[in-house]
Design a protein around this ligand. Sequence first.
Ligand SMILES: CCCC/C=C/CC(=O)SCCNC(=O)CCNC(=O)[C@H](O)C(C)(C)COP(=O)(O)OP(=O)(O)OC[C@H]1O[C@@H](n2cnc3c(N)ncnc32)[C@H](O)[C@@H]1OP(=O)(O)O
Length: 393
Amino acid sequence: MAHLAWRLAQRWCPSSLQVISFPVVQLHLNRTAMRASQKDFENAMNQVKLLKKDPGNEVKLKLYSLYKQATEGPCNMPKPGVFDLINKAKWDAWNALGSLPKETARQNYVDLVSSLSSSLESSSQVEPGTDRKSTGYETLMVTSEDGITKIMLNRPTKKNALNVEMYHEIMHALKAASKDDSAITVLTGNGDYYSSGNDLTNFTDIPPGGVEEKAKNGAVLLREFVGCFIDFPKPLIASGQCPALGHLPSPSLGYSIAVYASDRATFHTPFSHLGQSPEGCSSYTFPKIMSPAKATEMLVFGKKLTAGEACAQGLVTEVFPDSTFQKEVWTRLKAFAKLPPNAMRISKEIIRNREKEKLHAVNAEECSVLQGRWLSDECMNAVVNFLSRKSKL
Ligand SMILES: CCCC/C=C/CC(=O)SCCNC(=O)CCNC(=O)[C@H](O)C(C)(C)COP(=O)(O)OP(=O)(O)OC[C@H]1O[C@@H](n2cnc3c(N)ncnc32)[C@H](O)[C@@H]1OP(=O)(O)O
């Protein structure tokens, strides 16, 4: 049924699933509708094409709806079905403009583009552009200092949700860190979420082979991603001051030498809520670390743990007060980084190597089960509900 709905969605509007990849491609100018501010409107459309930074789906929908209203007037399309996510979002945005006059919509479009151009320009000056450039990462900030390589997830406005680019960049950063001259590696997140897990919009970018191919590619990517954590040779520390959701907690918690959390952090693996199943080897590591009963509460029922609870369960090494978190953690990290690196590496190897083969086998099995889950109605409905803003975790 979910397959069918997705296929229908694709057939109805083949480009729909990339929407929100950039609305400019859909801005077919209806020249006859232009009057007084035609020149401004055309300029604004050109300006949109030149934006260097993606303004986000909300803004793109606003641009789309204003464009449609300005050129065609009030929404005149039949309402798309609930599974046709992208066209439904576009329809909702356009329809919400009601009977706004064309001229006003045109003016609003021009104003929005102008504010967008200036805010994106100024934000790119404030943003750590130099960090990005020096590391070459779009979704991470990676620094290396005092024997510590710090990999910081850097999509704070999306709660550090892992888009496909971020999966690849984390793998790349881990591989680079395994070879650099740092002694330890720290994984952390920028903003008020360590991570909100898989970016659920990953599910909307359907390749020509359809949802089956999408699920297969996702399983390959996830297996490779988790594999990088299993094979990572140096001490890896997860440092989380805020909530961690979904699967980054699983691999990074399962294989970290240490997990430091502030008393504000929470740990949540809501696989069932999303119609999915455990990954990151959590089906194997969590029952071993916590106890089968507690792991079931977390992995099957999606129970959220506070940092204190996670520490009592052995999932977290130590909890610090939020106000002194950074100071206390970095004092420890700097001391660890001064220990002989080869000794640490060999000690880690001896602890982990016995389990390595098993972990790779568990990873493969979990990814294969997930591949099926991603094609299920349960999963599709959960994703649709989040993307249509009906649910949050
Ligand atoms: C290929 C391998 C796949 C492996 C599968 C792994 C399983 C998992 O990872 S399970 C976890 C999946 N994650 C979620 O379901 C979290 C969904 N997000 C939320 O429930 C909420 O956003 C939040 C509780 C994390 C935060 O709520 P809050 O009200 O504070 O902020 P928002 O306004 O909701 O978020 C801000 C901004 O960020 C976008 N966003 C947040 N999380 C995600 C996400 N996981 N995927 C995509 N987008 C996310 C959210 O839509 C907002 O975006 P806009 O500002 O553009 O509206």
